[in-house]
Design a protein around this ligand. Structure first.
Ligand code: 8YV
Length: 323
C-alpha cells in the first residue's frame, strides 16, 4: 500500500505529476480550504499533509494523525501550524524558503509605488469615465525617488525589497531581531536602527517580519503615530503583526498619507472601515502569486515530500523545529 499524501487546496499540475508515482495522492483541486473536521479526517488517513496558510493545524488536528510524518506548508510563513506540538510528536514541518522572496518583493514595490501615486483610485476614476479634463491638482501623490525606505524585518523578503531601493536612490533603514553582517549591510546600503527611529525617519515603512509571539501586534497605534504625516505604510507579511483597527484609525484621521495591505489580522475578513478608505490599497494576499514562483514553491515542496517518503530528513525544516 502506498503512503497517503493529501493536498488541501489547489496545487500546480506539474508538481502533482512529479509526486504521484511516490504515493497515493489525494487532492482537493478547489480553492476552498477544508473545514476543521475535514482536516481531522485528512490527518487521520495521511502520512503527509500538504497545507496552506488558511489551514489551521493545531494540536487537535495533529492528534488525529497517527501515521503523520510530515506537514509540508505551501509558503514561507508557517504560523498556521503548531510546530512545537508537531515536533514533539516526531512530525516534520517544512516550508518553501528561498524561492518566493523576489516575487514578494516585486509586489511590495508595486504596492509602494501604487500607494504613493494613487494608482488604484486614479485607475478607478478613469475607468468610471469621470476623467473629463486635466487638472493640476488631480491625484497628487508622494515622490519615491530619493526618499527614505524603512524595512521592518530584513530576512529574505525584506532584503530583496531593500536591494531594489538603490534604483530609486533611496536611503534604506532597517530593523531586525539580529543585526546583519557588515558586508550584507553594505551590499544593501542599509543602516541598522531601532524600530522607533525607523518609524520616525522613513517616508515608506514596509513590514516583513514573520508572525511570532515577539512580533504579534508590534505595530499598534503608538508606532503608527510615530510615522511622518506624509509617510506610507506597506504590509505584506502576516496580519497579526499589525493592529488593523489602529491602522484604520490613523488613516481616517489623516495621521499618515496612505497604506497598502496584502495581509489582514483576521484574514480573509477585513477590519471595519477599511473599504471606505481611499488612501488604503487592499489586496487579497498575493505576495507570491506569480506563475513561476508558485511552480518553484510546489517543486521544492514536492522534493521535501519525496525525501520524507524515502526515509530522509527533509531539507526545508522550518526554523525552530525541535528546538
Ligand atoms: C503563500 C505566503 O501564498 O509564503 C508565504 O508565507 O504568505 C504566500 O507566499 C501562502 O503561504 C500560501 O499558503
Amino acid at each position: 500500500m502506498k503512503p497517503v499524501v493529501t493536498v488541501t487546496n489547489l496545487f500546480p499540475e506539474k508538481a502533482l505529476e512529479k509526486l504521484s508515482p511516490h504515493c497515493d495522492l489525494r487532492t482537493n483541486q478547489t480553492d476552498h480550504s477544508p473545514s476543521a473536521s475535514d482536516l481531522e479526517k485528512i490527518a487521520a488517513e495521511s502520512v503527509v499533509m500538504i497545507t496552506y496558510l488558511s489551514d489551521r493545524i493545531g494540536s487537535g488536528i495533529i492528534d488525529k494523525g497517527p501515521n503523520l510524518k510530515l506537514i509540508a506548508n505551501y509558503g514561507a510563513g508557517f504560523n498556521n501550524i503548531d510546530v512545537d506540538y508537531a515536533a514533539n510528536h516526531g512530525i516534520w514541518v517544512t516550508n518553501t524558503p528561498g524561492v518566493l522572496h523576489e516575487t514578494t518583493a516585486d509586489l511590495t514595490w508595486a504596492m509602494l509605488l501604487g500607494a504613493a501615486r494613487n494608482i488604484v483610485p486614479a485607475e478607478r476614476y478613469t475607468r468610471d469615465n469621470r476623467f473629463k479634463g486635466w487638472s493640476a491638482k488631480m491625484y497628487l501623490g508622494g515622490d519615491v525617488y530619493g526618499k527614505t525606505l524603512g524595512v521592518i524585518g530584513c530576512g529574505e523578503i525584506g532584503s530583496a525589497v531593500a536591494r531594489r531601493a538603490s534604483g530609486f536612490n533611496m536611503k534604506v533603514l532597517y530593523c531586525n531581531r539580529n543585526r546583519m553582517a557588515a558586508e550584507k549591510e553594505k551590499s544593501l546600503n542599509a543602516q541598522f536602527t531601532t524600530l522607533e527611529d525607523l518609524l520616525r525617519q522613513s517616508d515608506f515603512v514596509t513590514v516583513h517580519a514573520p508572525l511570532t509571539e515577539q512580533t504579534k501586534y508590534m505595530i499598534g497605534k503608538a508606532q503608527l503615530l510615530m510615522m511622518k504625516p506624509t509617510a506610507y505604510f506597506i504590509h505584506t507579511a502576516r496580519g497579526k503583526v499589525v493592529d488593523d483597527a489602529a491602522l484604520v484609525e490613523v488613516l481616517k484621521e489623516g495621521k499618515i498619507a496612505g497604506a497598502a495591505l496584502d495581509v489582514y489580522e483576521n484574514e480573509p475578513a477585513l477590519t471595519e472601515g477599511m473599504t471606505e478608505l481611499e488612501n488604503l490599497m487592499l489586496l487579497p494576499h498575493i505576495g507570491s502569486a506569480s506563475f513561476e514562483t508558485r511552480d518553484r514553491m510546489a517543486d521544492l515542496l514536492v522534493d521535501n515530500v519525496i525525501d520524507v517518503l524515502g526515509g530522509k530528513t527533509p531539507p526545508c525544516l522550518v526554523p525552530g523545529w525541535g528546538k
